[in-house]
Design a protein around this ligand. Sequence first.
Ligand code: OXD
Ligand code: MN
Length: 580
Amino acid sequence: MIQNEYLQKWIEEMRTLCQPDSVQIITGTDEENQQLIQKLVDKKTFIPLKKRQNSYLARSNVDDVARVEDRTFICSNIKDDAGPTNNWAPPDEMRKKMEGLFKGSMRGRTMYVVPYCMGPLKSPWSRVACTITDSAYVVVNMRMMTRIGDPALQMLGNNDFVKCLHSVGKPLEKGQQDSTWPCNPKDTYIVHFPEKKEVWSFGSGYGGNALLNKKCFALRLATSMGRKEGWMAEHMLIIGVTNPQGEKKYFTGAFPSACGKTNLAMLTPTLPGWKVECVGDDIAWMHWGDDGRLWAINPEAGFFGVASGTSPKTNINALKTIEKNAFFANVALTEDGDVWWEGLTDVPPKHLIDWKGKDWTPESKEKAAHPNSRFTVSAKQCPVLDPNFEAPQGVPISGIIFGGRRSTTVPLLRQALSWQHGVFLGAGTSSETTAAAKGAVGELRHDPFSMLPFCGYNMADYFAFWLQQEKPERKMPPIFFVNWFLKDKDGKFIWPGFGDNIQAIKWMWDRIDNKKEAEKTALGFLPKKEEFPRGDELFAIRKEEWQKECDDLQNYFKTFGQKMPKELWDELGKLKVAFF
Ligand code: OXD
Ligand code: MN
């Protein structure tokens, strides 16, 4: 029984609007979960994997494989509050349009009501929300990714909450056969109303568009909630690093989508005696403690990771995490009923069913798995899950890492000269695009703080909010910037990456402890070249490349107009003095 009056009222309103055949309140039990999974198997949305216990493969519609940034809107009351990096439409107009789309959209389907909590159940930093969706696939994925059902409802009590409405946008007429992946790409819209704390998502069943807990709430809405309440929602992993002496430090790291965040979050160090444990692989909610330190929780309960490229070499811990009780989307199916994707093994199997359901052999021209193929799994299964994963207060952060995917220009590793300089580095992040969002892959684009698609308010205000964090009573964590992706003249990666990234983390560790000298340059503190293999290439600073970078940043910063903080213009000015 739902006691919360806001929720009762909302369910009734949505039932009237969406006209589902029935309503099911999700409680979160195993039995309920099994029934939903069975429903998905019966509908052939889920293909049970014979070789993997309690694991399933889903093949999406070929037009519903990634986040759709051009259909994602921040409908703040005032246009300027969405800023130049977000799509905006007048909220009243957009609400009317969405109501039109949602009207009757759940006919022939069940409307699931999924109360959920982002963050550990007992944490004061956690937030309760509710998703209403007509997709059982969304419900079972949310059970992996969040804390759903009765415990969340209990935590909510009589309070108001974040409202997330989702429909695949394919009502069923009487007797009409459902498709295995119902969706409506033509009419897909992912719409946020930040002042009302609402998300309306129509037409897509794909992760980031349909699991509204993740990008929509835990980033886009949460950034604007955090700004008002004085905390930060970031596109960041959280790791605990232990050195050979048994000392521990926690780091957060922001990287653009599909740039190895999950791999870094579960890293197997190649340096003897070092250990990395995972608190989170995608999102961090951070707040300042009474002790003046920055603390972080992972609002998520699971991983929605990129499968393609995951291998024993790149992320053995992810492979162990998904050995059982995992969902896969758009990977290939082996003859004996297991999953496969490019990179998993050096030699591909002789025959597969590809992500589109067609026969595939190594001679086939197309990839067997979609480059944005994914797994969903509970964090509890991760063999290197940090013991403080559920700590209500979170973990104290000693260092912040930013990074991007750049084949040229940006050195492997450096430390910002100050907090302000660190904010400038975050704001100036550019990265080559990946398959995580629909659109061209490999094109350089600005992705400040790796938040371009996820900042729910004006990005220039977000820069200012970061600058405002610096206060005398706070212990500001040093900021670092890394680029694992430099290429040589032959187009080969210079840096080995993955487990060897611990060398960069060790350097950061020593800098934090004031145990390492570094070279002070206009780009920041740089390691001595001889401390890293191929250091000459990894730390080469080419004047022409940085001149171009400065010009480009100048043009980019201009797009934010009057709101662009003066401090960041000052930082750019200093960089220009050094290179022109
Ligand atoms: C993700 C993304 O799915 O960033 O995490 O796109
Ligand atoms: Mn992400």
